[in-house]
Design a binder for this molecule. Structure first.
Ligand code: NAD
Length: 443
């Protein structure tokens, strides 16, 4: 049987050799998932939600163990690993309530006819996830889907299978058999899942993989939800609190070693404020602790972007990319970049940020909107009206003003242009895990 090796990205130690799910077993799992879905969907939505909440009590009991495993297998620093686990646990009951509310049948009348809308489960959800939030990403795609009455075939990233298996194992202590099953493997098993007879594919990962999935899922008219990469900008307007902006920039560019879809990768600051901003961001970057990059391929990709930029005239003003050890790379800040450089167009997904001095906000908006990504963006200003007017000119699906992207709890998580296809969170997002049907009758 073929094996998947998983490593500690910090030390290179092999943590486990796991059996890859063979094609035949994957088909058998699908058959079981379809059978289990019939019984699962017969339970009331409240019962399904309560089972999930009960399962999360067990996750709460094991929170530190889960965080330790995330730290070991994904590499994020211990405090960030614990934050990932805790924020997932604390949000769960609100998510459950919101899904129930979103999927309540709704009546519409026009004086002649009464129509009832129902949000039914779709069937089996093939959930394919990345490595950077190894518990958070599966949670966002699986939990609303399970509460909605679907069963799930979950394929965690090949970089973090132990976290995925452990998360599912804890949930499965409470869930009925075959409601949630884990497929172990890499892109090959992901492709098999996409080609299999599932009704829904939910995916978080790179734009390249997302395009591949959409193309192949289209052949079977399968429902697809894709959360993809980003190249987020931070625009610092001339009336911004520079210190607050610099503090935010350092944290949002380098947390999780920059391996966050909504990391700040491009900063635009007004020419007259460039020098002061640069001094401040350097100071705050000194305080940042980073972990390793996930693997050497990701590190090489980042180093290549830096090399190309430097050959094209960019200047490194913070950090030394030559000083690397294993998968470790310290934060790097670049200036004198130009809009057409790879590092300004393609996702970096590493501890690097590029700062551009601009003449005015029009230039900042124009450069922010270049390229195919449009996940998030941030605007800093002490004048809310000014900030809002710039925010509305950005192509991004999510814009934060004087704060990170992502909204009030219960709001959607959405990428625009090449950063997403569909969305999750919010009533509209929860409904994307379902099939809408209507029944109409005379009044
Ligand atoms: P990836 O696309 O390489 O892999 C993601 C998952 O897809 C893995 O489980 C992988 O095995 C599987 N896969 C690979 N090829 C496949 C194929 N052809 N068909 C089906 N499945 C396939 O991405 P990654 O390196 O794991 O994650 C990093 C990316 O995820 C970044 O681009 C990041 O921005 C993005 N991301 C986006 C969000 C968001 O909310 N928009 C959140 C986290 C990460």
């Amino acid at each position: 049987m073929k094996k998947l090796e998983t490593f500690n990205p910090s030390t290179g130690e092999c943590l486990a050799k796991l059996s890859i799910t063979p094609s035949k077993e994957l088909q058998a799992m699908l058959t079981r998932a379809k059978k289990a879905q019939i019984e699962w969907a017969r339970k009331s939505i409240r019962v399904r939600a309560n089972l999930i909440l009960k399962a999360y009590e067990k996750i709460g009991d094991r929170a530190q163990k889960m965080a330790d495993l995330i730290h070991k297998e994904m590499g994020k620093i211990p405090s960030e690993a614990r934050l990932e686990v805790d924020s997932n646990i604390t949000s769960i009951s609100q998510i459950a309530d919101k899904v129930i509310e979103a999927l309540k049948p709704e009546e519409t009348t026009d004086g002649v006819t009464r129509t009832t809308s129902y949000w039914d489960p779709l069937g089996v959800n093939a959930c394919i996830t990345p490595w950077n939030f190894p518990m958070g990403m599966p949670q966002t795609l699986m939990i609303p889907s399970l509460i909605a009455g679907n069963t799930v075939l979950f394929k965690p990233s090949e970089e973090v299978p132990l976290v995925g298996i452990e998360y599912a194992k804890i949930l499965n202590k409470t869930l009925p058999s075959d409601v949630l099953q884990v497929v172990v493997g890499s892109g090959e098993q992901g492709q098999e899942l996409v080609a299999s007879d599932v009704q829904l594919i939910t995916f978080t990962g790179s734009q390249t993989t997302g395009k591949h999935i959409l193309e192949h899922a289209g052949k079977g008219l399968k429902r697809v939800l894709l959360e993809l990469g980003g190249k987020d900008s931070l625009i610092i307007l001339d009336d911004a609190d520079l210190d607050a902006a610099a503090k935010f920039a350092a944290s949002n560019s380098f947390r999780n070693t920059g391996q966050v879809c909504v990391s700040t990768e491009k900063i635009f600051v007004m020419e007259g404020q460039m020098r002061e901003f640069v001094n401040k961001i350097k100071k705050y970057t000194d305080e940042i602790q980073v972990g390793p990059m996930i693997h050497s391929r990701q590190k090489d990709h980042v180093l290549q972007q830096i090399d190309e930029a430097v050959s094209g005239g960019a200047k490194i003003i913070y950090g030394d990319p030559q000083k690397t050890e294993g998968n470790h790379l310290q934060p790097v800040i670049l200036v004198d970049v130009t809009p057409e450089m790879n590092i300004m167009m393609d996702e970096t997904f590493g501890p690097v940020v590029c700062i551009t001095a601009v003449k005015n906000e029009n230039e900042a908006v124009e450069q922010s909107n270049l390229g195919s990504y449009a996940l998030g963006g941030v605007v800093f200003s002490t004048n809310l009206d000014h900030a809002r007017s710039v925010a509305r000119r950005l192509d991004a699906g999510m814009v934060g003003i004087n704060r990170r992207v992502g909204g009030a709890s219960g709001s959607p998580w959405v990428g625009a242009k090449g950063s997403g296809y569909g969305y999750h969170g919010s009533s509209g997002g929860h409904r994307q895990f379902t099939q809408l049907r209507i029944v109409s009758e005379p009044l």
